[in-house]
Design a protein around this ligand. Structure first.
Ligand code: RFL
Ligand code: PHB
Length: 394
């Protein structure tokens, strides 16, 4: 089998890159380990930056997002019972975010891929990468017990944090930066109306709370929990009780509870690998970096990587710009580190750290008063939340 770009992984990175390249007349084959149902069963991101929204429109997969997604012009913070609105659009010259779940983005991309007729192979195993340092790399894999070989010009490693692409790069070439956070997020999805029209990021002495949503009738809530907790110990009833306890009474009284559609605990991690390329292999999205979800940046950074790689590959195929290939990692990392910084900052600002020294606690409080008490502080939060601009590839 032969193609131009072999894409490993059919998460949002792999599918979006595949769609943009296909539209540009560049041939791709997508290889995915799981079934489509499994991929769609993972409940993850909910917030799209304005740049991600534009990229999905550019890929021609925005019809349902534009019809059903909710444009949010603000978010709220809540500290010690005091609600602080952050008017995103007012502080960022009209920018906003879109509430539209990763599951829906993925579904739209899968449908677009299916109707384009471009190849996508689910249920592959034993994926191995070869000859990345040559201009004829290849991927081998098994499908239904049969050994297959895919020859290509480039490999895009879009296979998430636990994928094989990053592992295929010699350790001596990579620098890894990591920080593991001492708590997790317990998430619950329910068909109940959201407690508030805007998202609420709340700090409470019992731990952080996020009141998010997927639509006007579907809510997504998160509680900070110790890493030692396990999800079986959290009945729906216990979850709702703890959530009410961490919200001020005006919100707790309005909260509509219901049967959970999904409930899971996610550990929080900050991670970046440098460089994000090795010969003709490019790492994209979670394969190269992880952020704690507090800044809503994971999926958006994946889209930002796709934006750069897609443009660079178009320049290569359409205009013979071989020189740009080497610049992918620096374009991507420049924005990745800013996203890491914002996610780290938001995580520090909002969570309860049992092991913080009295001095560090005072610093956390001073940060909150400064950032949420001045227009300059709120503007910094707003411009990062809606998404920093992409650099021009030229
Ligand atoms: P994915 O989504 O992990 O997809 C990788 C795909 O590769 C496949 N794969 C392989 N395929 C073939 N061969 C192999 N050897 C393979 N190994 C793996 C996998 O099966 C999978 O289908 O990575 P991608 O595409 O880079 O996308 C990244 C995003 O999924 C991730 O960053 C976000 O979900 C993070 N995230 C959030 N991001 C946001 O921008 N906004 C949010 O509000 C937000 N909330 C969240 C989040 C992540 C969360 N969790 C559970 C980690 C909330 C949570 C709770
Ligand atoms: C979500 O709705 O899943 C969500 C929203 C905002 C975040 C993280 C997760 O910061």
């Amino acid at each position: 089998m032969k193609t131009q770009v072999a894409i490993i992984g059919a998460g949002p990175s792999g599918l979006l890159l595949g769609q943009l390249l296909h539209n540009a007349g560049i041939a791709t084959v997508v290889l995915e380990r799981q079934t489509p149902e499994y991929v769609l069963g993972r409940i993850r991101a909910g917030i799209l930056e304005s740049g991600t929204v534009s990229l999905l429109r550019e890929a021609g997969v925005s019809r349902r997002m534009d019809a059903e997604g909710l444009v949010h012009h603000g978010v709220e913070f809540l500290f010690d019972g005091v609600r602080i609105p952050v008017p995103l659009s007012e502080l960022t010259e009209g920018k906003s975010v879109m509430v539209y779940g990763q599951t829906e983005v993925t579904r739209d991309l899968m449908e677009a891929r299916a109707s384009s007729g471009a190849t996508i192979i689910y249920g592959v195993s034993n994926v191995q990468l070869h000859d990345m340092k040559t201009d004829k790399p290849a991927v081998t894999f098994e499908k239904d017990g049969e050994a297959c070989r895919l020859e290509c010009d480039f490999i895009a490693g879009c296979d998430g944090f636990h994928g094989v692409s990053r592992q295929a790069i010699p350790k001596s070439v990579l620098r890894e930066y990591e920080s593991v956070w001492p708590f997790g997020w317990l998430g619950l999805l329910a068909d109940t109306p959201p407690v508030n029209p805007e998202l609420i990021y709340a700090h409470h002495e019992r731990g952080f709370v996020l009141c998010s949503q997927r639509s006007l009738t579907r809510s997504r809530y998160y509680l900070q929990v110790p890493l030692t907790d396990n999800v079986e110990a959290w009945s729906d009833e216990r979850f709702w009780q703890e959530l009410k306890c961490r919200l001020p009474s005006e919100l707790a009284n309005k909260l509509v509870t219901g049967h959970s559609l999904e409930k899971s605990i996610a550990p929080l991690r900050s991670y970046v690998v440098e460089p994000m390329q090795y010969g003709r292999l490019f790492l994209v999205g979670d394969a190269a970096h992880i952020v704690p979800p507090t800044g809503a940046k994971g999926l958006n950074l994946a889209a930002s990587d796709v934006n750069y790689l897609w443009r660079i590959l178009c320049q290569f195929y359409h205009h013979g710009r071989e020189d740009l290939l080497a610049s992918y990692s620096s374009f991507a990392l420049n924005r990745v580190w800013k996203g890491e910084r914002f996610s780290w900052f938001m995580t520090h600002l909002l969570h309860d750290f049992h092991d913080k020294s009295p001095f560090d606690r005072k610093m956390q409080e001073a940060d909150r008063r400064y950032y949420l008490g001045s227009r300059a502080g709120l503007t910094t939060i707003a411009e990062n939340y809606v998404g920093l601009p992409y650099e021009t590839v030229r």
